[in-house]
Design a protein around this ligand. Sequence first.
Ligand code: PAF
Length: 273
Amino acid sequence: MKLVRSVAGVREALMAPREEAMRIGLVPTMGAFHEGHLTLFRTCAGECDVAVASLFVNPAQFGPGEDLERYPRDLEGDMHLAEEAGIDLLFAPSAEEIYPPGFESAVEVGELGKVLEGESRPGHFRGVATVCLKLFNIVQPSVAYFGRKDAQQAAVIRIMLRDLNLPLELRVVPIVRDADGLALSSRNAYLQPDERERALALPRALQAGLEACRAGGGSNSALAAAHRILDAAEGIEVDYLEVADLDGPTLAGAIRVGSTRLIDNVLLDEEAK
Ligand code: PAF
């Protein structure tokens, strides 16, 4: 696996594969790799001739008081994991490489960027869409891979690809969960054992919602069932719990456990995928 730090380095490394019309896949990430990322990498490597991952903790998508400074960083460990999972090229730029002095453009995200995560984290999706557009332009992949855990992010990217006529395919890969049901996230590393136990209320609530929906109650009963569990849970703060159309009817929630904010979701209609 090749580690590349500059935009010029990526362009040079991908020149030959592009000339040979090879299929290039991109997995954008912020590092601190876990099995969720590795699933994306393996899928990308299995479907593409050249598997590229980007590793960039993007300051533009963090709001004031969020966890930009403490976000887990481990380039050495991540390099080994990415290589083992089939990544050919890891692009790990500095903040100056992505946002050089004088940088002043951004992608404006519409209504979907203002609800759920967008309401709690104003400007978040503007930062996500802008960095993703830059990464798409730098790597010029045929296909980009995103995790369904960030369902709203994937939906925002899908709309951007459509609206800006970007010539690449979007692949959204299912959520990977730990044995206890918690969706894998780099932020799980912040949780103390007792906080992790409390955090399980979120996947349990979503699962109860899914079962209520499958039992024929539709999205209203899904929401009610999930609320019953989350509202009764102790030691967590519910940021939001809603059903929204995120590439299909989705029950999505965000909670705070101590100083950690976690998100998760379930698709209520598997057919909608
Ligand atoms: O999902 C993430 O890790 C980030 O939001 C992304 C897509 C890499 C953009 O910074």
